[in-house]
Design a protein around this ligand. Structure first.
Ligand code: PGA
Length: 252
């Protein structure tokens, strides 16, 4: 049985006080123990978030990291720095990093390798553009994005990846993929993994959906068999919305 996962990706939102207020509320809430809840605050709040959540099952996740061990990379954060404050998971391949910060597949691959070689878990984002979808090239794009990453990893490292299907046209736009569209992609990804690697991996890999998930669409999206949870941006900034989304997967 795959565990359900809900991750709040706060992006460049929430300062120290806002982070504290949110997490103190979250810490006092309960949900089914089988659901993994994670939050991804900004770098400056990671350590404080860890402190607040010390005795809580909520995991703190980084939004990014550099692929080099250390060195002259002004403004960057290393894997070792994250691990030194007990942050053991990182989001890589987010479409905002790809488009706004020009991260290409080579950079993404290096980041993933560094993270996995240092026993960090990776939440790997992939997804097609609107143009790809309109031209009916979305399946091809997704297959390629996954192939580039997965085929380059060692067998035991593939188990350390959580996949997040995030169609670019649905991120922050209010346009979510329909539950059927998302399910179709998630099912396709599992089939591809089964063919390329093995059925065990295909059945065990957790695949999240991300893109305008809200309390009013999450229950239906999470009801699909191949969708194991969500990576939530905008709606994770409102405590009530985020908690409603957690509760909506509880009902599945
Ligand atoms: P959104 O963002 O929920 O605001 O669409 C999702 C994401 O970027 O992970």
């Amino acid at each position: 049985m795959r565990k359900k996962i809900i991750i709040g990706n706060w992006k460049m939102n929430n300062d120290k006080q806002e982070t504290e207020n949110f997490l103190l509320k979250l810490k006092n809430k309960t949900w089914n123990k089988e659901i993994e809840v994670k939050v991804s605050p900004s770098f400056v709040s990671l350590e404080n978030a860890q402190k607040i959540l010390r005795n809580s099952p909520v995991e703190v996740v980084a939004q990014n990291m550099h692929y080099e061990k250390n060195g002259a990379f002004t403004g960057e954060i290393s894997c070792k720095m994250l691990k030194s404050i007990n942050v053991n998971s990182v989001i890589i391949g987010h479409s905002e990093r790809r488009t706004l910060f020009y991260e290409n597949e080579d950079i993404i691959k290096r980041k993933i390798k560094t993270a996995l070689n240092n026993e960090m878990k990776v939440i790997f984002c992939f997804g097609e553009s609107l143009e790809d979808r309109n031209k009916k090239k979305h399946i091809k794009t997704i297959t390629k994005q996954l192939d580039v990453i997965m085929s380059d990893l060692k067998t035991n490292q593939r188990n350390q990846i959580i996949l997040a299907y995030e169609p670019i046209w649905a991120i922050g736009t209010g346009l979510n993929a329909t539950p059927e569209q998302a399910q179709q992609i998630h099912k396709h990804v599992r089939e591809e993994i089964a063919t390329a690697f093995n059925k065990n991996l295909a059945n065990s890999v957790q695949i999240l959906y991300g893109g305008s998930l809200k309390p009013n669409n999450s229950e239906e999206i999470f009801s699909k068999p191949d969708i194991d949870g969500g990576l939530i941006g905008g709606a994770s900034l409102s405590f009530d919305d985020f908690y409603s989304i957690i509760r909506s997967i509880d009902k599945k």
